[in-house]
Design a protein around this ligand. Structure first.
Ligand code: ADP
Ligand code: MG
Length: 335
């Protein structure tokens, strides 16, 4: 017996696919209903150029610019709705979106396996570890790997490197590039570099990074290290609240960049001793809960003998807590 046709099957509604909707992200803010020339100008002066910028803004930021919280909420809602971001979607659509997530290979088989293929775009990955654990080497390697074509694990794209500790070494990039068959000079040209001199400067650079990402083919943003300036400038318990508030804003900015522009954001973090822990691991990543909640994926690196290092994923929403071993050599990170 033929199955009776259900009503929903008969009436096919024409809806935009998420991709079609997302394509509108680059439209000028003035294309949004309710935004005229004057408001548009004010928004652009403060760095909000496109519908996408507004969709990922907070009501408070926009209210500061246009003077009305209510109107700010309406504008943001309109932008989100234009991009198809404001409605519920099915878990199947979430799954399809995740299948399309692009990854940057680390260049190390064991690490890629640990990360289900590499470092994800659209997410913030935190790399924590003690001094010398290989965090900076990991960042250098990714800045090279992202440039490779997709069949070699990259995304044929460029990187931005924000360096807070003055440990970026172009020589290291050329070594790693050569080992991967890239032209060393070209590899250096494909990395935008800035040294951050303070936590405020670091936050300004994140905003400038956003502007570059809009204009160029950037798929990796590195902040090495995310917490060093914050810890140095706000020492002690008495400054903790202010420090965490600022760090929170910085991480929120980075998450928005990852999400809005489908960029892999990789930040490094120091680990510190917890004097009050007697059982288990006495070390823990700095940055407290702000980083714990802000980073989507967290990798812990630790030293083993000689040039061997061990990586472990912790706090991941879906990776099991596994470990991987790799080496740091002249060529970079290897199996
Ligand atoms: P972290 O950022 O976690 O403090 P790094 O990423 O700077 O640590 O890692 C430092 C390690 O990388 C050192 O053990 C050093 O021997 C190794 N390393 C750096 N450059 C090279 C190289 N050219 N060849 C081999 N090992 C290197
Ligand atoms: Mg380092």
């Amino acid at each position: 017996m033929p199955r009776p046709k259900k009503k929903e099957e008969a009436e096919v509604e024409v809806v935009e696919t998420p991709d079609q909707a997302a394509g509108k992200g680059d439209l000028d803010v003035e294309e949004l209903e309710g935004i005229g020339k004057v408001t548009g100008q004010k928004l652009k002066e403060r760095g909000y150029y496109t519908v996408r910028d507004l969709a990922f803004a907070s009501a408070k930021e926009i209210a500061d610019i246009i003077g009305s919280e209510e109107r700010a909420e309406q504008i943001i809602e309109a932008a989100r709705s234009m991009l198809g971001l404001s409605n519920f979607i099915t878990a199947l659509e979430v799954y399809k979106k995740r299948v399309n997530i692009k990854r940057i290979s680390t260049g190390v088989r064991s690490l890629d396996e640990l990360l289900n293929g590499g470092v994800e775009t659209g997410a913030v990955t935190e790399v924590a570890g003690e001094f010398g654990a290989g965090k900076t080497q990991f960042c250098h390697q990714l800045a090279v790997m992202v440039q490779l074509p997709e069949d070699k694990g990259g995304l044929s794209a460029k990187a931005i490197y924000i360096d807070t500790e003055n440990t970026f070494r172009p020589e290291r990039i050329t070594q790693m590039a050569r080992a991967r068959g890239l032209d060393p000079d070209q590899a250096l040209k494909n990395i935008y570099y800035a040294r951050a001199y303070s936590s405020d400067h670091q936050m300004i650079l994140a905003e400038q990074a956003r502007q570059i990402i809009k204009q160029d083919n950037i798929k990796l943003l590195v902040v090495d290290s995310i917490v060093a300036h914050f810890r140095a400038e706000f020492p002690g318990r008495e400054n903790l609240a202010e420090r965490q508030q600022k760090l929170n804003k910085h991480i929120a900015d980075l998450l928005k960049i990852a999400d809005a522009y489908d960029v892999a954001v990789v930040v490094t973090n120091q680990v510190m001793a917890q004097p009050d822990v007697f059982f288990g691991n006495p070390l823990k990543p700095a940055g407290g809960n702000v980083l714990a909640h802000g980073a989507t994926y967290r990798i812990w690196l630790r030293k083993s003998k000689e040039n061997i290092r061990i990586a472990k994923i912790f706090d991941s929403p879906y990776h099991p807590e596994r470990e991987a071993t790799f080496k740091i050599t002249e060529e970079g990170l290897t199996d």
